[in-house]
Design a protein around this ligand. Structure first.
Ligand code: ADP
Ligand code: MG
Length: 202
């Protein structure tokens, strides 16, 4: 809709330092992929989530929270713009924002994400065009339903369906684009748990 641009923040367009694509065939798969990513995130990281309603942004964030080891209970923050899920260990907290109802980056500034950013991983649903200015690096993650409305219609083609409370497994394409120096030498494929990484264990 209204893609208001302040008049040329070069940051917005930028070229990703790398891109990756993952496919999943259900919410569990999306959460597992997000969990792997969450294990690699550190305080100060910013993640933007893009995708239509129901694409899986919140589902993805739940997996991310699992990987980070924060307090569970991540839900769509429809009436609350921002929720902080504290770390259950000594890692970063998860700050989860749903900017769907926010009209401008001015309103984003009111939430004062800068204040929590340094000690948290900040995840913003519908954040595209609103929060890029907060940091010089970010992951932009886009969730797409490859079959979209077709699949939904196919599911109810036989007439009335009554299983709305069941979440049907559906395919999703998860596109990850990494921007900024933070990601220049870090890629998510090295995510494998302890595969000759040689990192210290406690
Ligand atoms: P959003 O936050 O983007 O509006 P949600 O995560 O709240 O979306 O909802 C996504 C819905 O789609 C959930 O009901 C989830 O169970 C369902 N779903 C089905 N397949 C997938 C998948 N592969 N990945 C993520 N969610 C899926
Ligand atoms: Mg959501």
């Amino acid at each position: 809709m209204s893609a208001v641009n302040d008049g040329g923040t070069p940051n917005d367009g930028g070229t990703p330092v790398w891109e990756e694509e993952i496919r999943t065939d259900g919410p569990e798969g999306t959460q597992a992929a997000a969990e792997r990513i969450g294990r690699q995130l550190v305080a100060g990281d910013l993640v933007l989530l893009t995708g239509e309603l129901g694409a899986g942004k919140t589902t993805f964030t739940q997996g991310l929270g699992r990987g980070l080891g924060v307090r569970p209970g991540i839900i769509s923050p429809t009436f609350v713009l921002m929720r902080i899920h504290p770390s259950l260990a000594d890692g970063p907290d998860l700050v989860h924002v749903d900017a769907y109802r926010l009209g401008s980056s001015g309103e984003i500034d009111d939430i004062d994400l800068e204040n929590t950013m340094d000690s948290s991983v900040t995840v913003v649903e519908w954040g595209h065009g609103l929060v890029e200015h907060l940091t010089e690096s970010r992951l932009e993650i886009t969730l797409v339903r490859p079959t979209g409305a077709d699949a939904a219609q196919a599911g109810s083609a036989g007439g009335l369906t009554f299983d709305f409370d069941d979440d049907p497994d559906e395919e999703r394409v998860i596109r990850i684009a990494a921007y900024g120096p933070r990601w220049e030498h870090a890629d998510l494929r090295s995510a494998g748990p302890a595969e000759g990484a040689g990192s210290n264990e406690t």
